[in-house]
Design a protein. Structure first.
Length: 80
């Protein structure tokens, strides 16, 4: 029940800016003429960044280039 109340309260709070903006007149800025090009370039740039990051991850995984600090300690390390 608490989750449902929290979900409903969160939805109301998240929708509040849209409700307030809907009551106003024409205060929104108009979209510039070159907005489509900017959006396409932005999406292509994000896709390229994700591609490079994915290739870097696959390279590290294939070469087994991971660090020991990411693994849990083994009992032999505590015997020093």
């Amino acid at each position: 029940m608490k989750r449902l109340i929290g979900l409903l309260l969160g939805a109301v709070v998240a929708a509040t800016p849209a409700l307030v903006a809907a009551q106003e007149g024409e205060r929104a800025l108009s979209t510039p003429a070159d907005a489509d090009g900017v959006i396409v370039i932005t999406l292509l740039t994000l896709a390229a960044i994700l591609l490079v990051a994915g290739l870097g991850y696959l390279y590290r995984r294939e070469r087994k280039l991971d660090w020991d600090f990411q693994r849990p300690d083994t009992p032999q390390q505590h015997d020093h």
